[in-house]
Design a protein around this ligand. Structure first.
Ligand code: PGA
Length: 250
């Protein structure tokens, strides 16, 4: 079954409002003719409003990098789904290893954030991935499947079909050390099988699974040829319009 590719940029803590708007304006004509790929730019909260405005009428959807599960209240530093909906944000990156490692994000929190986002009409891009230590111990599939099973707790099969998962081995993020296509495919396939087991085959066939970790224009084509890889979550290379558009237009 054909799944529509989805390429998302994860800007992380980069780009001021001016820089973000400039990047979107540079990107727009470079990806305008691409009708086959869902293009997403996930950006810091401060520039979401301005880049959503800049992206209006284009084929670039805007994503956030976090959202809280409660509708409002005493959660200093957090952002609600209503705030993102007001801007027209369509996606949100959740459970990124940087959030897990530096800010104490837990599987339970990722699940709560994901369910709140989905319920508000914002598609979560749920990240998972193993450290080098876990990779070398050989338990990486169990680790990633456990992260995904926890993140998807409480969703229905029909809902899961609409989600996006990003498999990002931590040892490949920002290191220039991309996983081999076989390594990416092995884990993305295992994730799909886990979704089939927990939910059903239809959900597994429909859910889109990205690979992330040092994705570059030179590596995207072979990556996209893997049967279980449906796109990419791109960090560093998403900060340059030429590189990101080359990835989108693989
Ligand atoms: P990278 O980041 O492409 O710079 O490795 C990917 C990510 O962390 O989403």
């Amino acid at each position: 079954m054909a799944r529509r590719p989805i390429i998302a940029g994860n800007w992380k803590m980069n780009n001021t409002i001016a820089a973000g708007v400039k990047l979107i304006n540079e990107l727009k004509p470079l990806v305008a003719d691409n009708k086959e790929v869902d293009v997403v730019a996930c950006a810091p909260a401060t520039c979401l409003s301005a880049i959503a405005e800049a992206a209006k009428g284009s084929n670039i959807a805007i994503g956030a990098e976090n959202v809280h599960w409660e509708k409002s209240g005493a959660y200093t530093g957090e952002i609600s789904t209503e705030m993102l909906n007001e801007i027209g944000v369509k996606y949100v990156v959740l459970g990124h290893s940087e959030r897990r490692d530096y800010f104490g994000e837990t599987d339970e929190g990722v699940n709560k954030r994901s369910r709140a986002a989905y319920a508000a009409g914002i598609t979560p891009i749920i990240c998972c991935g193993e450290s080098l230590e876990i990779r070398e111990a050989g338990t990486y599939i169990d680790h990633v499947v456990a992260q995904i099973n926890a993140a998807l707790e409480g969703f229905t099969a029909a809902e899961v079909a609409e989600l996006v998962i990003a498999y990002e081995p931590i040892w490949a993020i920002g290191t220039g050390k991309t996983a081999t296509f076989e390594q990416a495919e092995e884990v993305c396939k295992a994730i799909r099988e886990a979704v089939a087991k927990k939910f059903d085959q239809a959900a597994a066939d429909a859910i889109r699974i990205q690979y992330g970790g040092s994705v570059k224009p030179a590596t995207i084509k072979d990556l996209m040829q893997q049967p279980n890889v449906d796109g990419a979550l791109v960090g560093g290379a998403s900060l340059k319009a030429a590189d990101f558009s080359a990835i989108v237009n693989f």
